[in-house]
Design a binder for this molecule. Structure first.
Ligand code: AMP
Ligand code: MG
Length: 488
């Protein structure tokens, strides 16, 4: 691997150098060979032979520089003070095959100075959810952390019950969160300049070409965050805990806990069991992204040339970037050009989904069965299921809508329409029930289902032989999507 361990050269108040605490008898859970290739991990015999020991914290290769990072954050809208890596370690920074920086971060690696009341561990259940979700989003084409693999162990971890300790080698373009800057502003304000230079040089080098690199950097963070959240909305993803300590400065999805993929369409859906007010409900995500950036940006006023006015110019593109990306994406999901008539149809379509509690993923995909039935037998079946779920009033709405929709489609190149729809409407997403089945088997020591779901999600836009009905079945309309506990 091409190591580039630069965080360890920053001011020593920002981190604590330490090795992981070994897990007891670590065993392979799953390994992502595609990630291993991309990092050139796969070219290193020592790393390949010893990956289980490395993830189990029993062996630290000489080129690794393990450390826990300090950060702070706003949690559920409240200032939470210092948080930091309480159970994860930045193990190494590398350049991938494309020359892009990637962090290897071991989650579940034991106690650190930032563990507070926690035990420094991660349980198998949440490790599998994070592993599969990072893979799912990556393969869907949404910027996200991913993982090299995970291990399970005999270390016992107490949650609501005693569970097996596990560890995930997370791979992300950066582990710097909005909360890093919040920590610096409170606890080491004198390093903000150095740290900002580091963020720009490492993750936004193109901003050096600007006459005002800091403002260019801040604007780029705003735009990338807006685009990431638009991607979430389009695919029906709810992050669940959009605290400032869980948002990366690179606009890449980070820190999976009580996340979920939308099943029966309900914009007010809350997937996080602890989110009593619905702050992080699906439909609130765009506004929360803005809220987070708005509490984050003013810290930069400490730097020369940054004023309240220039900061509001940095934040201003948020809404337009989000809207542009979301609306364009929504039109593409219907195979339509990005224009006013298409948006009108799109919003009527979403209302139909909401009024009839239709499955978000399957319903969008079902439209291929309407537009190009001959080539899409699977989608025709989805369409048949969908129409049987419509109320009698809604049947008429659907007839009327689909007639107008097909009239628009007829004016376009069918090849282009089908291509747009096939590449933006997945057949498979990681439904909570799928993750749960993989977890139940893994807790009995069987990892075949994790592997099958992993392979299925590797090609989410194609119908696959390894799928079974449960992979695309929506829960019954009268059973609300199960909220997920924060415990991990
Ligand atoms: P999260 O809710 O996972 O984003 O975590 C919020 C904060 O709690 C971060 O500082 C984590 O490092 C810390 N944390 C979460 N779980 C544990 C744990 N089991 N042990 C130590 N720290 C933890
Ligand atoms: Mg977190």
């Amino acid at each position: 691997m091409r190591y580039q361990n630069t965080y360890v050269n920053l001011d020593t108040r920002l981190y604590h150098e330490q090795p992981p605490t070994p897990l007891d008898n670590p065993r392979a859970g799953h390994f992502n060979s595609q990630v291993a290739q991309q990092l050139s991990w796969a070219d290193d015999e020592d790393l390949m032979t010893n990956w289980v020991e490395i993830l189990g914290g029993q062996y630290v290769p000489a080129d690794f520089k393990p450390l826990s990072m300090a950060y702070a954050g706003h949690q559920f809208g409240q200032w939470a003070g210092q948080l930091g890596d309480g159970r994860g370690l930045l193990m190494a920074q590398v350049l991938d095959n494309d020359g892009q920086p990637q962090d290897l971060h071991l989650k579940g690696a034991g106690l650190t100075p930032y563990s507070r009341m926690g035990d420094g561990r991660a349980v198998l259940r949440s490790t599998i959810r994070e592993y599969l979700c990072g893979h799912a989003l990556t393969q869907l084409g949404i910027p996200s952390s991913n993982a090299l693999g995970f291990v399970v162990s005999d270390t016992r971890v107490r949650r609501e019950r005693i569970e097996a300790g596990a560890a995930l080698m997370r791979v992300a373009d950066s582990h710097i969160r909005l909360g890093h800057v919040e920590w610096i502003a409170s606890f080491a304000p004198d390093v903000l300049g150095e740290f900002t230079d580091y963020m720009i040089d490492t993750y936004y080098p193109e901003c050096r070409d600007s006459e005002t690199p800091v403002l260019a950097f801040l604007t780029a963070v705003v735009e990338r965050t807006a685009r990431m959240i638009a991607d979430w909305q389009l695919i029906g993803f709810a992050h669940g805990v959009m605290n400032t300590d869980n948002l990366s400065i690179t606009g890449s999805t980070l820190d999976f806990g009580p996340f979920g993929f939308m099943e029966r369409f309900n914009p007010a859906w809350i997937n996080n069991h602890s989110d009593h007010t619905g702050r992080y409900a699906y439909q609130n995500q765009p506004a929360i992204g803005h809220w987070n950036l708005n509490v984050w940006l003013p810290h930069f006023m400490r730097l020369e040339g940054v004023t309240r006015e220039t900061l509001s110019d940095c934040l201003a593109p948020y809404e337009a970037t989000f809207m542009q990306h979301y609306q364009q994406g929504l039109c593409r999901k219907l195979g339509l050009p990005h224009q006013r008539e298409s948006l009108g149809l799109a919003f009527e379509w979403l209302t139909l989904l909401e009024d009839n509690l239709l499955d978000y993923t399957n319903s969008f995909r079902a439209l291929l069965g309407l537009v190009a039935p001959a080539d899409h037998p699977y989608e025709q079946k989805l369409l048949a299921t969908m129409t049987t779920e419509l109320s009698s009033d809604a049947q008429q709405v659907w007839q009327d809508w689909s007639t107008r929709y097909l009239a628009q489609i007829e004016q376009l190149s069918l090849e282009q329409v089908v291509n747009d729809m096939q590449t933006t409407n997945p057949v498979y997403v990681l439904r909570n029930s799928m993750a749960q089945r993989a977890i139940t088997a893994a807790e009995q020591g069987q990892f075949e289902e994790v592997d099958r779901v992993f392979r299925l999600l590797a090609n989410p836009y194609s119908v696959q032989d390894i799928a079974n009905d449960l992979d695309s079945n929506a829960p019954a309309p009268d059973t609300p999507q199960m909220p997920i506990s924060c415990s991990s």
